[in-house]
Ligand binder design. Structure first.
Ligand SMILES: N[C@@H](CCC[C@H](NC(=O)CCC(=O)O)C(=O)O)C(=O)O
Ligand SMILES: [Zn+2]
Ligand SMILES: [Zn+2]
Length: 395
């Protein structure tokens, strides 16, 4: 296929772009050249590229990219992240995690499905549209962050603030997270549960283990409190959401002595909550279970996102139709799994998520089928056709 080519990278080739991205070891918060790869492909296509570096006290600075082609509405946005999770034990991998190797019809590497492969498909879909059909009346933008897998404070949310300050708006957005459980075409995410971290500290009085009457051991209370919040579900699920879940993620005492009752014990838990709850109602639910145990406790709640839903409608239907046209399969609409940067975008425009197959995300030997990359590129092309209209024919 013809079309724009730059820096040795064919913009229309999702495999070449995905390989170049995987070869950048962009473990959050490092960029490692990943956004530069995208700029080098997008600028020759006519995109205006803005590199946006954000930071705030207590967090690492993060590089982001907002690239826009066109200056009229509607402004359709593809959103994603070039940062990746660590490789874990490199001995578990059968390939170089940052080598971009191809074996048996699969491209291997950290980020292959989550989500450098999808970003490569965004770019290739746009490049093919321009090469084959010319430009169109609306705008296409890419909002790419380097802070999705990490704290998510210097990424998409700040890019969106920057856009708002410039008076720039988005009309619809597709996020390329790996939404398909088993095969391309399985699932579109039309919302996400909220996420909240609870940090519980129970305090007592330190003392000799052989003289417990002279101490106040906080650990039995900590254990009873944790038992109380894990004994029953938060709810049974709602029309569009699975039941809320609570996972204990750490219990810390840090007491090296076997004959000392510690002064305090701590635990952290993560709650994924549906639209039956607000952060305030979750906190009340927790305190209603901690208070009867008694003792001196402190609960700190860190809300990472609230639940949201993009009700089935024009955007969900056009994405589903594009998926069905290419794969022959009608995708399920779902709100399952973790959260994503769609939690920030939903305050700006309708947003849905569709990407690759998530089977190997965050695992060793993460990989994407080359055939899936090709079909995802076709799906994103069909979404563009539906969202910003028929392209103008090249004169
Ligand atoms: N640590 C960040 C954001 C964490 C986001 C993460 N999302 C995923 O793993 C996506 C998986 C999926 O698509 O289901 C998560 O849900 O933990 C923060 O807390 O803000
Ligand atoms: Zn991701
Ligand atoms: Zn991830």
């Amino acid at each position: 296929m013809g079309g724009a080519s730059t820096g040795g990278l064919a913009a229309t080739d999702p495999v070449a772009i995905a390989r170049a991205l995987i070869r950048c070891p962009s473990v959050t918060p490092a960029d490692a050249g990943a956004l530069g790869v995208l700029e080098s492909v997008l600028a020759p296509l006519g995109f205006t590229c803005h590199r946006l570096r954000f930071e705030e006290p207590g967090t690492a600075p993060v590089e982001n990219l907002y690239a826009r082609l066109g200056d009229r509405g509607p402004n359709f946005c593809f959103a994603g992240h070039t940062d990746v999770v660590p490789v874990g034990d490199p001995r578990g991998w059968t390939v170089d995690p940052f080598g971009g190797e191809i074996h048996n019809g699969h491209l291997f590497g950290r980020g292959a499905v989550d989500m450098k492969g999808a970003i490569a498909a965004f770019v290739a879909a746009v490049a093919r549209r321009i090469a084959e059909k010319g430009t169109s009346d609306g705008s296409i933008s890419l909002l790419i962050t380097g802070d999705e897998e990490g704290p998510s404070v210097n990424g998409t949310c700040k890019v969106l603030d920057w856009l708002t300050a410039r008076g720039e708006t988005l009309d619809a957005c597709v996020v390329g997270e790996p939404t398909n459980p088993k095969a391309l075409g399985d699932m579109i995410k039309i919302g996400r549960r909220g996420s909240l971290n609870g940090r519980l500290t129970v305090r007592g009085v330190q003392g000799h283990a052989a003289y417990p009457h002279l101490a106040d051991n906080p650990l039995p209370k900590l254990v009873r409190m944790l038992a109380a919040i894990t004994a029953e579900p938060l709810d049974e699920g709602t029309a569009h959401f699975q039941p809320s879940t609570l996972a204990l993620t750490t219990i810390d005492v840090g007491n090296p002595a076997t004959n000392v009752i510690p002064a305090e014990g701590k635990a952290v838990f993560n709650i994924r909550f549906n639209d039956a709850h607000t952060p305030a109602s979750i906190e009340s639910w927790l305190r209603a279970r901690f208070d009867p145990v008694g003792g001196d406790y402190e609960l700190a709640v860190d809300v990472r996102g609230v639940s949201f839903l993009t009700p089935p409608g024009a955007l969900t239907e056009s994405v589903a139709a594009a998926v069905e046209r290419v794969t022959g399969r009608r995708p399920e609409f779902s709100t399952t799994g973790g959260t994503s940067d769609a939690r920030f975008i939903k305050d700006h425009c309708p947003v849905v998520e569709f990407g690759l197959v998530g089977q190997t995300m965050h695992k060793v030997d993460e990989r994407v089928a080359l055939d899936d990359l090709a079909r995802l590129t076709d799906i994103y092309g069909a979404i563009l056709d539906a969202q910003i209209g028929a392209p103008r024919t090249v004169a």
